[in-house]
Design a protein around this ligand. Structure first.
Ligand SMILES: NC(=O)c1ccc[n+]([C@@H]2O[C@H](COP(=O)([O-])OP(=O)(O)OC[C@H]3O[C@@H](n4cnc5c(N)ncnc54)[C@H](O)[C@@H]3O)[C@@H](O)[C@H]2O)c1
Length: 393
């Protein structure tokens, strides 16, 4: 999707307002402060005391704070927003910012529901402002190396993620219905789309709670996604799996026509193929949320579509919703059906006539973009194309 560029000179930093002063908001405050491409100009939270406390903790007690995004954006002359509120507030905060002319870099998940995510992608189109989802684990240089290895394997039979951890969070994750699928698996699903450069067609998923689980909702899940072209993506994981834990990225194996690529999620991936391996690119850019921030600023300066742009990222949330729907019904779920249902819900819920009109336009006429090679290679958007496509994501 084309978006307005921001001319802040070749070197002038982008003036950024952070919204949300929770634990992840505080991580973002440090990342924005550490970047020489961005200036932290203010912090919004409904709880102003929490915002003031976070600013003081950062060593910036003078940082402008408030509970009203638009008022603080005007007062600080902000140029962009980083939205680190809880998922339930993502739609409202991001829409407010976009229609005030402010591009948004949002935390995952893109929204609380796929319907809201589709509405946000349409809001970005209508406002002409960039909405990018940070999706931090995509910016790991080792994942880029694994992607380059997977590309050498020829046709891919299966891609597998094992994720086994035993964290004691306390709080909302221990109470929610699908903690693993909804709060965590989106990172792996998003990485799988990136590695395979293809989109899901259908999923069968079982979610369950082992007898020893300390979670109220299902802390374990096994999902099989059929991807366009026939590759199967297998995700199995648990959040109550003590012993021999995997890394937070999980443990990966891609099995293809010419060999296998593996990654333990924290050290250099390994390639085992017939014949010589191609040399790998360096991939030296910043990782994690610093990588997302760098790509966001670059996209605003150049007009290029970054990896994580709303239309592209929505398919990662679709994978979560489809897996949960399959677990709930015990049936294989098609992505065409999940997208159709979410689209109908978005139209029912949408109150802004221009956004409704954008949602109603035939998908082919909507200019969108996703990316295989991140910020360097804009392609056609995942959501706009529908699920059964091969060459993007
Ligand atoms: N990428 C990652 O690895 C990662 C890790 C943790 C959390 N997250 C994501 O970051 C986001 C925030 O997580 P958290 O744990 O900090 O949440 P949290 O609920 O602990 O804190 C959110 C803060 O936002 C404030 N807030 C709520 N609604 C608001 C609104 N409308 N306007 C302004 N402020 C509002 C709350 O008062 C609170 O201080 C979530 O989307 C979460 O999924 C991502």
């Amino acid at each position: 999707m084309s978006h307005a560029t921001i001319d802040c000179g070749t070197h002038a930093p982008l003036r950024v307002l952070v919204v949300g002063a929770g634990p992840m908001g505080r991580t973002w405050l440090k990342a924005v402060s550490a970047s020489d491409e961005a200036d932290l100009v203010g912090l919004v939270d409904l709880d102003v005391d929490a915002a003031r406390h976070a600013a003081a903790q950062l060593g910036r007690p003078e940082l402008p704070t408030g509970d009203d995004l638009l008022e603080l954006a005007a007062r600080t002359d902000a140029q962009a927003v980083v939205n680190v509120t809880p998922p339930a507030a993502h739609h409202q905060v991001t829409t407010t910012a976009l229609f005030a002319g402010l591009p948004v870099l949002g935390e995952k998940p893109m929204a609380a529901t796929l319907a809201q995510a589709l509405a946000l992608a349409a809001a970005a189109e209508v406002s002409g402002r960039l909405f990018m989802v940070s999706q931090s684990r995509r910016w790991n240089p080792q994942l880029f190396h694994l992607r380059d290895m997977v590309a050498q394997l020829g046709a891919i039979g299966t891609l597998t993620t094992e994720f086994y951890k035993a964290p004691r969070f306390s709080g909302f994750r221990e109470e929610m219905p699908h903690p693993l699928l909804v709060d965590m698996a989106i990172h792996a699903f998003d990485s799988a789309r990136f590695l395979l450069a293809t989109e899901p067609v259908s999923v069968y998923c079982e979610a369950f709670n082992p007898p020893w689980s300390w979670y109220r909702g299902d802390a374990s899940a096994c999902a099989t996604f059929e991807m366009a072209g026939g590759t199967r993506y297998l995700y199995h994981g648990s959040w109550c799996a003590p012993g021999a834990e995997t890394s937070w990225n999980g443990s990966w194996r891609a099995s293809g026509e010419h060999g296998t690529a593996r990654w333990d999620g924290e050290s250099t991936p390994a390639l085992d193929i017939n014949g010589p391996a191609k040399p790998l690119d360096a991939h030296t850019g910043p990782s994690d949320i610093a990588g997302a921030l760098h790509a966001f600023v670059g996209a605003l300066r150049t007009g290029r579509t970054p990896m994580g742009e709303a239309h592209e990222n929505a398919m990662s949330l679709a994978m979560v919703e489809a897996a949960v729907e399959s677990a709930r019904t015990g049936r294989r779920v098609s992505f065409a059906a999940v997208l159709e249902q979410a689209h109908a819900q978005a139209l029912t819920d949408e109150r802004r006539p221009q956004v409704r009109a954008a949602l109603e336009r035939p998908v082919g006429s909507r200019a969108c973009a996703g990316s295989r090679d991140g910020e360097h290679s804009p392609t056609t958007g995942a959501v706009a194309r529908g699920p059964a496509t091969r060459d993007g994501g």
